[in-house]
Design a protein around this ligand. Structure first.
Ligand SMILES: NC(=O)c1ccc[n+]([C@@H]2O[C@H](COP(=O)([O-])OP(=O)(O)OC[C@H]3O[C@@H](n4cnc5c(N)ncnc54)[C@H](O)[C@@H]3O)[C@@H](O)[C@H]2O)c1
Length: 256
């Protein structure tokens, strides 16, 4: 049986833990060559090692998504190590829960630099390589907070709306090059980021996470592996007619 991503190479930003690590494991299971990348080098090396222990193919590359030169190095690593780049998963991100009147210039800067400029720089670095490979797929990680607003989260919501805009612009631009660009819009996913959010928001008397989850159409949070299924689907030829889309995976939270 031929695995779905046999012979394909995927570069995943922020894949040392959380959703990115789950995506790396699933792509490897489906036969892809995986470039695991992150700023958390030890954790990232560990993910690549886990893939290899399961007879998959993976290397780890340090990549701060805010730094153009590091994107160029990561794309070159994919091409040198595996002979080309077919898929880019822009997954890296950070969260800030601050409302407009609490958000400092520094917080605004780092969140937009990471979540929005990081996606822009990633696509800018990867597009020439995807063209050299004859086409490919990009999956950007937005959020349900890139589709609807949220109390607080001024910089985060803004950054994720930017990801949606970048996705649509790039989809229109590169369709003729056989490059598809889509975004996912997750709701709450069980990762270290969500733990950080819960710790920050615990002191807010108006915020009750468990109560919020209980009132959602599907009253539970997602596991990272559930998000990986959508990411692999959008990266695969099964969705070859899909580009410019923003796909919710939020248990119905934004359906109403
Ligand atoms: N967890 C959720 O509920 C949720 C919901 C919607 C969207 N998202 C988005 O999903 C993506 C993955 O988040 P997660 O939940 O797995 O969180 P996470 O914090 O577990 O993982 C994020 C990863 O990104 C890395 N990272 C942070 N800054 C970076 C930088 N400058 N360069 C490279 N890597 C960097 C971190 O080291 C980490 O490994 C993010 O874009 C996040 O905004 C998460």
């Amino acid at each position: 049986m031929t695995l779905e991503f046999a012979g394909k190479t995927v570069l995943i930003s922020g894949s040392a833990r959380g959703q990115g690590a789950a995506h790396a494991m699933r792509f490897a299971e489906e036969g892809a060559n995986v470039v695991v990348s992150d700023v958390r080098d030890e954790l990232g090396e560990g993910v690549a090692e886990r893939v290899r222990q399961k007879d998959g193919r993976a290397v780890y590359q340090h990549l701060d998504v805010r730094v153009t030169a590091q994107w160029d190095q990561a794309v070159a690593r994919a091409e040198n190590e595996f002979g080309g780049l077919d898929i880019l998963i822009n997954n890296a991100g950070i969260v800030s829960c601050d409302a407009v009147d609490a958000c400092s210039d520094d917080t605004w800067g780092i969140v937009l630099d990471t979540n929005a400029a990081g996606v822009f720089k990633g696509m800018r670095a990867a597009v020439p390589a995807l063209k050299r490979a004859g086409g490919g797929a990009i999956v950007n990680t937005a959020s349900m907070m890139g589709v609807v607003g949220s109390w607080g989260y001024a910089a985060y919501v803004s950054s994720k709306f930017a990801v949606v805009g970048l996705t649509k612009s790039a989809a229109l631009t590169y369709a003729a090059d056989n490059i598809r660009v889509n975004a996912i819009a997750p709701g709450c996913v069980d990762t270290p980021m969500l733990d950080e959010e819960k710790a920050i928001m615990a002191s807010n008397p108006y915020w009750d996470f468990d109560e919020w989850v209980a009132t959602q159409p599907i009253s539970k949070i997602a596991q990272p592996e559930e998000v990986s299924e959508l990411v692999l689907f959008l990266a695969s030829d099964r969705t070859r007619y899909c580009t410019g889309g923003v796909y919710p995976i939020d248990g119905g939270s934004t359906a109403g």
